[in-house]
Design a protein around this ligand. Sequence first.
Ligand SMILES: Nc1ncnc2c1ncn2[C@@H]1O[C@H](COP(=O)(O)OP(=O)(O)O)[C@@H](O)[C@H]1O
Ligand SMILES: [Mg+2]
Length: 266
Amino acid sequence: MSTNKRAPQTEALRFENVTLEFPGSHRPAVEDVSFHIERGKSVAVIGPSGCGKSTLLNLAAGLLAPSRGRVYYGGEQITAVNSDAAYVTQQSDLLPWLSVRANIGLALKFRKVPKAEREERIAHWIRVVGLTGFEDHYPRELSGGMRKRCAIARALIYNPAIVLMDEPFGPLDAITRLGLQQELLNLWEEQNGTLVFVTHELNEAIYLADEVVVMSEGPGTVRRILPIPFERPRTIGSLIESPEFSELYNDLWSLFKSNAKAFDAA
Ligand SMILES: Nc1ncnc2c1ncn2[C@@H]1O[C@H](COP(=O)(O)OP(=O)(O)O)[C@@H](O)[C@H]1O
Ligand SMILES: [Mg+2]
């Protein structure tokens, strides 16, 4: 494996023989995971419940440290919270004492973006994620799907270098999900950042990713990394109709099927 100092400009994230054991647990949550993600790429992580997907994102965010092995960001070992990463957690944590507007605008405020620009960008994002009319609501007054949309807007509004998303579209209905998937695709293609997301949806992995990391369980290891060779910009509608789409879908599905537990979770 190459040394990390050599390619910091092109490399976003690298897991090197990463094992994580939670204290008191009898088996590692992830074991000997190695892969890397180039800057500007979009990578989906899929696998059955409990295989360590959220754990990998927590490691990338610097919220957990590996028991063995190393995690690098831009060629530097991650030893503290990764301040380059915007993280949409599985619970889509929002600040409960702030309105939708204030939650979405938080990162801009921290970065001292002038008020007028801040408000314009917040208004744009509120439209993008379909929260018009809820600007002054508090997180407790929103549905799970709305909280998720708010968390997505809060993460993307400041054009972060790397976005980590844990099942970002899980609680959304199919139409909203398709709309947001396309929106995320456009944005990410425009912004040229790095995107790492966890999903249960094979379709979603194919629409959005350049590579799909397929995990297997017990303990969590990387089973296969599948390239998604579609050109960009992508339109979900035209992807669905292409013969390559069904081929890729079948490849992913057979990887899932060959793991009985994955089959249950899919
Ligand atoms: N804080 C924790 N303490 C102990 N065990 C944990 C903790 N978080 C996750 N685990 C365990 O680690 C494994 C991987 O969890 P997780 O990364 O959440 O999986 P996934 O996101 O793929 O569903 C699971 O067996 C889970 O029970
Ligand atoms: Mg999870």
